[in-house]
Design a binder for this molecule. Structure first.
Ligand code: GLA
Length: 335
């Protein structure tokens, strides 16, 4: 396992390991220029071998859930490991978060970058096709962590790649994220059943605790007696991003009042999973011996909608042997 540190001209830095493509640390300035590490995680790559909830990791082949660990493609049924109750989550038992990637640091006109490649063999975790994946992390001179995903396959398959950093803009381990103000550029979300699988409906957020179309504190409505919040134990849902003419859309904006830090999320993906760290329970002790308690971090996972292989009305996640998969997500930092 190796680690690489990217530093841009403004002094932002990202520490990344080739184990799972995990972003182990991300230092960004607050309103007075003070740098703080704003992602949950551990000090050494080896610590990520112990159980943890996908801190900072690349997720594949399929981010989010596939119902009952089964899908059918061209009439053939594929069976995946049910590693999340009855469902398959985040690529299975040994997803892209737990493999060693080939890593190559490079300097690009945008800023320092790390190029990660991984060849997932045909049948790995039950998915068809030899899938060649390339992920480029760039720490741009505009204070962005940019993630470019590319993949090709030699047989038709399904794919949904994402990134699973837990952010706390007040600094990792410094309290919960309930005072962060979130805006999501989404008028609808995909309501889920009790196993967190979408029911197929694109439901308007208006008048519900899922309406983040204006800046709203994450904690304001999180404990309301709402069936959807009950199923997710808080927020753990996919929002349907509003269409824009530009393929790279502003999906989310988060601001943290005490530090003045702001994060924007831009993506070419149609959806975003907002997860409010509901399963964090103090069992992970992170950098600087800080204990990650309930809702100490949040994730904004850009993606295609959960369970797409089984949902004919959702945008397709099929990658054909003749095609190249490409998606881009940018986490941009401002004050
Ligand atoms: C995803 C899921 C959550 C949870 C976390 C990891 O974000 O949607 O339900 O499983 O990963 O704990």
């Amino acid at each position: 396992m190796d680690t690489f540190t990217l530093t841009n001209q403004q002094g932002l830095s990202a520490k990344i390991t080739n184990y799972g493509g995990i972003v182990m640390a991300l230092y960004v300035p607050d309103r007075s220029g003070q740098l703080d590490d704003i992602v949950l995680g551990f000090e050494t790559p080896e610590e990520y071998l112990h159980p943890h909830p996908y801190f900072g990791a690349l997720i594949g082949r399929f981010g989010n859930r596939i119902a009952k660990g089964k899908f059918t493609l061209h009439g053939i049924e594929y069976t995946l490991v049910q590693n999340n109750g009855v469902n398959s989550l985040h690529g299975g038992l040994k997803g892209f978060d737990k493999v060693i990637w080939d890593a190559k640091p490079t300097d690009t006109p945008d800023g320092p970058a790390l190029e990660l490649t991984y060849l997932s063999p045909d049948g790995e975790e039950g998915y068809p096709g030899n899938l060649l994946v390339k992920v480029i992390y760039t720490l741009t001179q505009q204070n962005e962590l940019k993630i470019d995903y590319t993949a090709t396959t030699d047989a038709d398959t399904v794919i949904n790649l994402t990134h699973h950093s837990y952010f706390n803009l007040a600094g990792a381990g410094n309290g919960d994220i309930l005072d962060h103000e979130l805006t999501l550029n989404a008028a609808r979300f995909t309501p889920i059943d009790e196993t967190l699988i979408p029911m197929g409906e694109l439901r308007p957020v208006a008048g519900t605790p899922f309406d983040f179309s204006r800046p709203t504190k994450i904690g304001l409505r999180i404990d309301e007696p709402d069936e959807q919040l009950k199923y997710g134990l808080g927020y753990d849902h996919n929002w349907v991003l509003n269409n824009s003419a530009d393929p790279l859309t502003l999906a989310a904006r988060v601001s943290e009042p005490s530090s003045g830090r702001i994060m924007e999320v831009w993506t070419t993906e149609p959806g975003i999973q907002f997860y409010s760290g509901n399963f964090l329970d103090g069992s992970n002790i992170g950098k600087g011996d800080k204990v990650y308690q309930h809702r100490y971090g949040f994730c904004l996972e850009t993606q295609h909608f959960p369970d797409s292989p089984n949902q004919p009305n959702f945008p397709s996640t099929v990658l054909k042997a003749s095609q190249t998969y490409h998606s881009t997500t940018i986490y941009k930092f401002l004050t």
